[in-house]
Design a protein around this ligand. Structure first.
Ligand SMILES: CC(C)(COP(=O)(O)OP(=O)(O)OC[C@H]1O[C@@H](n2cnc3c(N)ncnc32)[C@H](O)[C@@H]1OP(=O)(O)O)[C@@H](O)C(=O)NCCC(=O)NCCS
Length: 351
């Protein structure tokens, strides 16, 4: 190819790249059928429905019970729904990013298991760990794959089987967590829809307050790690609560400000579902009323990376093309952040 034509083609590609946005073209999610209610927990430990409802806002949570079934089982179901709704053939998928803190195995990745279960053979598939902020971190990575111009269909998953790392003898954490996964399809558009802005943070000062130290390369599973309960999630709830409230509210207000959005411009807040009081604090700081906030914590509890895509799935029929949506999350690390996106289609997509 002559040099000038090559230069012009390159220039055109870079101009096109500048115009590409990553839009969400569909959403799928899955929650297992089995339920742990507050009444069930009352029988297992010294707690009450009244305490859990007032302090956290959870009525029940889902549990995946099948022998040998991990996060990939939840996520594969979410991805199958997504493929049907977006009428995508498995061979068309370019990338699968799975945000999870509860992988099925150490090796191979949960994304690999999901690809295999869904018949997706041509994609690059990998896991990404940012705890409860996993879905937001995944969206940032996925949207940049789309903006590169090289990838056309990117699936971003957030999902966790939190019951697999929950200690049901510890009343301070047992009521909080459940199992859910959700997934979105990202595709390019030159129109003004899709992911407009992201603010994401990690600060390791949170390590002592929320962690699971057993079973990794530092403390491989042993009789001792099990005796010390190191295979369960540890949380200092009060410290985590304090940071979650301020960080989630601050970052949500910041993303509004930097995109010149008033409270009336925001159609929906989609907060990570860890505690109803944290959700309310975030909405109050943004000046947003409860009717614009997606809340399903009472049904599912905290499913870590799964909460935000599950909300999008359950509210999809109410969403309109052009809606301004703020997603906000906080999790172990600490990790936290907000994403501002313009929704790209009207109503629920049929399967
Ligand atoms: C865990 C959490 C719900 C606890 O609520 P809290 O209001 O902070 O409660 P505290 O930890 O101060 O405990 C208050 C009392 O309730 C008791 N308590 C704790 N769990 C209880 C339970 N399940 N049932 C009854 N009482 C309980 C405590 O022992 C404490 O009693 P004490 O005052 O006699 O010591 C809350 O701290 C929280 O949501 N933290 C953040 C979770 C989060 O956002 N995680 C994000 C990462 S995913």
């Amino acid at each position: 190819m002559p040099k000038t034509i090559k230069a012009l083609t390159n220039r055109a590609f870079f101009l096109y790249k500048d115009m590409i946005q990553a839009q969400i073209t569909g959403v799928g999610a899955y929650a297992p059928d089995d339920v742990i209610t507050n009444a069930d927990l009352e029988k297992m430990m010294d707690t009450s429905d009244e305490w859990i409802m007032t302090r956290v806002g959870i009525k029940e949570r889902r549990i995946l019970k099948g022998e040998g079934e991990g996060t990939s089982v939840l996520a594969s179901k979410a991805v199958q729904i997504l493929l049907e709704k977006t009428k995508t053939k498995p061979e068309e998928v370019d990338v699968i990013i799975c945000g999870t803190a509860t992988p099925d195995y150490q090796i191979p990745s949960t994304a690999t298991l999901i690809a295999e279960a869904c018949g997706i053979k041509n994609s690059m598939a990998f896991d990404m760990q940012a705890a409860c902020s996993g879905f937001l971190f995944g969206l940032e990575i996925g949207s940049n794959f789309i903006k590169s111009g090289k990838y056309k269909k990117v699936i971003v998953i957030g999902g966790d089987k939190m019951t697999s790392i929950t200690n049901y003898e510890d009343r301070t954490t047992a009521p909080l967590f459940g199992d859910v996964a959700g997934a979105v399809m990202l595709e390019p558009t030159e129109e003004d829809y899709g992911i407009k802005d992201t603010i994401l943070h990690t600060d390791g000062m949170g390590i002592p307050y929320l962690h699971l130290h057993g079973g990794g390369s530092a403390y491989p599973t042993s009789v001792e790690t099990i005796e010390k309960n190191m295979h369960y999630l540890f949380q200092d709830g009060r410290v985590v609560f304090k940071h979650a409230v301020s960080k989630m509210a601050d970052v949500s207000a910041e993303i509004m400000e930097r995109n010149h959005l008033t409270k009336d411009d925001v159609d929906w807040l989609v907060p990570h579902q860890a505690n109803l009081r944290i959700i309310d604090a975030t909405a109050n700081r943004m000046g947003i009323s409860r009717d614009k906030v997606m809340i399903n914590i009472q049904k599912y509890g905290n499913s870590s990376a799964g909460t935000i895509p599950m909300c999008l799935y359950e509210w999809e029929d109410k969403l309109k093309k052009g809606d301004n949506i703020i997603l906000a999350a906080f999790g172990a690390g600490f990790t936290w952040g907000a994403v501002y996106l313009k929704w790209a289609y009207d109503g629920k997509k049929d399967k």
